[in-house]
Design a protein around this ligand. Structure first.
Ligand code: SF4
Length: 275
């Protein structure tokens, strides 16, 4: 199946990118990102159930937001790194599955026997990029053509909300700030997108909650940034360019920016930002 991505306002023709992204994303990278989202949904199926039994794996939580963040527009076009993330997703999914099954057995006195969605149990033929891509090409947005169109759109809307939330959660996380409720919500909402036929009304409700959680995430990031770097204030900055080697950055990973400035200090490398 050829790529289909309509996650941002740059989408070709206002409808979707199908051959190559307007952003530069290739068909292979799109498939690897689709696979990663698919596997993150599989993790969330266990993450949501495990939490209800008191099982929390903070490494898994951090990985899920890192993985979601890696798929937002222009964040990561490195197919090899995405394949590495997909392999790690498989490892962590299976680790969490083991924790969940043990906790369920302890809590209920018998094994968990309900059926699970495919992404919670799928395993590749081998861990080569080719085997991963093969699956990535059949699990994208258009994989469920028989699904109700509104529900499918709402499902993607929710995933995009979670991706945005994850980017900010990740920035806060690397500064040492986390709030368990927000990670729990990511698992709960992603697990809903793993359902075969999620209810449209339920998806609307979850998307609205995602908005509320997004506001809480921004408050957490604000706290992380202002505590780590101080409160922003109007400041005179240099505009224009200087001769010499340069690094141009975009985004708002303030810790990365700080480290970059420290590493380039006194080396004659100019760092340019857009804001
Ligand atoms: S993220 Fe890239 S491929 Fe996807 S819609 Fe935007 S421009 Fe197109």
């Amino acid at each position: 199946m050829s790529m289909f991505c309509y996650q941002c306002e740059e989408a070709a023709g206002g409808r979707g990118c199908t051959v190559r992204g307007v952003c530069g994303k290739t068909d292979d990278v799109a498939a690897m990102q689709d696979l990663l989202i698919y596997l993150l949904k599989g993790i969330a199926v266990y993450g949501d159930k495990a939490r209800s039994l008191g099982v929390v794996d903070s490494e898994v939580d951090a990985f899920v937001i890192e993985g979601l963040f890696a798929t937002i527009t222009n964040a990561d076009f490195d197919r090899e790194r995405l394949a590495t993330l997909a392999r790690r997703a498989l490892e962590l999914r299976d680790r969490l599955a083991g924790q969940f099954h043990s906790a369920y057995q302890r809590a209920h006195g018998h094994p968990f026997a309900e059926s699970l969605p495919e992404m919670a149990t799928w395993v590749p033929a081998d861990d080569s990029e080719d085997a991963l891509l093969l699956q990535g090409r059949v699990v994208g947005i258009l994989a469920d053509l028989e699904m109700d169109e509104d529900a499918r759109s709402l499902r993607e809307l929710l995933i995009y909300g979670l991706k945005g939330m994850a980017a900010y959660l990740y920035h806060a996380h690397v500064l040492g700030y986390r709030k368990d409720e927000l990670f729990g919500f990511v698992h709960e909402a992603l697990a809903m997108t793993a359902q075969d036929a999620p209810d449209a009304d339920a998806l609307v409700g979850m998307a609205l909650r995602c908005g509320e959680m997004g506001v809480q995430t921004m408050a957490l990031l604000d706290e992380a940034n202002t505590t780590s770097f101080g409160t922003p204030e109007p400041t005179q900055v240099n505009l224009g360019v200087k001769p010499g080697p340069a690094i141009l950055i975009s985004g708002h990973d303030l810790r990365d920016l700080k480290e970059l400035l420290e590493q380039t200090k006194g080396k004659g490398v100019n760092v340019y930002t857009h804001g």
